[in-house]
Design a binder for this molecule. Structure first.
Ligand SMILES: [Zn+2]
Ligand SMILES: [Zn+2]
Length: 184
């Protein structure tokens, strides 16, 4: 593990939220938000309304800005997000997790909690100087965000769709250049 468990889960959820804006666009219905809530292990308040969905979708642009910022800019954004939300870190314990940190109450709006959880997770990323774990997809037509939590930092594409498409393109390129000697 590169970061603590809750930091990695928060980063994965945030990247999924930001990437939902990329084609094919997802997270367009309350039902899809319900599935997102369950898939990423959220607890606490969940209104399941269009208004809540709109608030969550409004996070995509500022979260994308945070995830792609350089280290100093990211630190400033995190500080502002935490201050604006009146975040107060508290140790909490609720099933299925042991003691971990919440910085806003569990009855705060879902969008507020996603924003604050992301900011708290980015504290670890910034403090550990690991912003290179976050990048834009290596596919030339894709703006998706890649979160690389692998030990050998091997992840270059945001999705299996992108990695498969590029693997096929590389394969075709090799077949049209049979004489080139490539190491792999
Ligand atoms: Zn919790
Ligand atoms: Zn991609």
């Amino acid at each position: 593990m590169v970061f603590t468990h809750d930091t990695e889960e928060a980063l994965q959820a945030t990247v999924a939220l930001v990437n939902a804006a990329e084609p094919p666009v997802t997270l367009t219905t309350v039902a899809e938000l319900d599935a997102f809530f369950v898939r990423h292990g959220y607890t606490g308040r969940h209104d399941s309304t269009r208004a809540e969905l709109d608030e969550v979708l409004a996070l995509q642009a500022p979260l994308r800005e945070l995830l792609t910022a350089d280290r100093d800019a990211a630190a400033r954004l995190v500080n502002k997000m935490l201050a604006d939300a009146g975040a107060v870190p508290q140790l909490v314990r609720h099933p299925p997790l042991d003691w971990h940190i919440h910085a806003v109450p569990s009855d705060a709006p879902l969008a507020t909690r996603i924003l604050v959880e992301t900011a708290m997770a980015m504290i670890d990323v910034i403090r550990d100087d690991e912003l290179s774990r976050l990048a834009v997809c290596a596919d030339s037509d894709c703006e998706g965000i890649v979160l690389d939590l692998s030990r050998n930092r091997s992840r270059r594409y945001c999705s299996t769709t992108c990695s498969n498409r590029n693997a096929q393109a590389a394969h075709r390129a090799r077949r049209t250049q049979p004489r080139s000697h490539r190491s792999r």
